[in-house]
Design a protein around this ligand. Structure first.
Ligand code: ZN
Length: 286
């Protein structure tokens, strides 16, 4: 199944994208794709509703905005330097264990929303990543059970303001958390439709130019290993998002770096999962 959410930002309603391309409103049956939905077996209920032909579900206006495919999660856990070629381009040590950092959930954003250069930002960068959404609470689980805790997958861009990340001291959260810096979508593809999450091509283009072009088989720590590893340090709740790291080709890794500018167009895609497509815009005082 492909789960979508549609409507204005912060007021999205749940829906599904059917294999024939129709988008159907599921809000008559389901409140939202949030922690309670996943925790209470909502995915199974949704699958039954779809198998029954989506009774009572109207077609969604094709012009409707798509929001992120799940409600703003309790946390967004990111993995740093999980592709060797990217770890090398970033400089510094190659990590011996997964590097974890958090991204503020207020950065949550839709797949076609503008991405905003934060006030004072000068070094904005893109990072295409495979994201997974947790389907069942995971606390100190082992690798063999890890995949039972994954609801599905989506495309994520871990936007970063490198001057905040690397030039203001402390760790990385400051450079990762600006509004609009966590877009996910365009839909959540349920785990049963992804045969092997380590065999997906992923790419990022800026103004049509291919900047990142890799595949998830190059991760140093697999999805299975990451879910188990993260669950040793924190409880992953249903609906939480894990971004699994980015391959080489980010702006910072170029000589000289080619950071994003207002007006740039960023496309991030993953084989079988879809694409994000976003315009970079300058910060505006509100
Ligand atoms: Zn990242």
């Amino acid at each position: 199944m492909r789960l979508i959410r549609f409507g204005d930002s912060g007021r999205e309603e749940p829906g599904v994208l059917l294999p024939d391309g129709r988008r159907v409103d599921a809000s008559g049956e389901f409140h939202d794709y949030d922690e309670g939905f996943f925790a209470s077996g909502g995915l199974e209920g949704l699958a039954e509703w779809v198998a029954d032909g989506c009774p009572g579900g109207a077609l969604i206006d094709p012009a409707a905005r798509l929001g992120p495919p799940v409600n703003r999660p309790s946390k967004i856990v990111c993995v740093g330097k999980n592709y060797l070629d990217h770890a090398k381009e970033m400089g510094g040590e190659i990590p011996s264990e997964p590097v974890l950092f958090m991204k503020a959930s207020s950065a949550w954003s839709g797949p076609h929303d503008d991405v905003i250069i934060p006030r004072g930002g000068t070094k904005m960068d893109y990072e295409v990543e495979l994201a997974l959404v947790i389907g069942r609470t995971a606390s100190c689980i082992d690798e063999l059970e890890a995949m039972d805790h994954v609801a599905g997958y989506s495309v994520f861009c871990d936007y970063s303001e490198r001057s905040f990340q690397l030039e203001t001291g402390g760790q990385w959260t400051k450079g990762k958390s600006a509004d609009s810096f966590a877009p996910m979508g365009p839909w959540l593809v349920t785990g049963d439709e992804v045969t092997d999450p380590q065999k997906l091509r992923l790419w990022c283009k800026v103004n049509g130019e291919l900047r990142q072009n890799s595949w998830t088989g190059d991760m140093m720590c697999s999805v299975r290993q990451l879910v188990a590893y993260i669950s040793r340090f924190m409880t992953l709740l249903p609906g939480d998002v894990v971004a699994t790291g980015t391959p080489a080709g980010v702006a910072l890794g170029m000589s000289p770096p080619r950071y994003l500018q207002a007006g740039d167009f960023v496309e991030c895609g993953i084989e079988d999962l879809g694409e994000l497509a976003q315009r970079v815009v300058a910060h505006r005082e509100t």
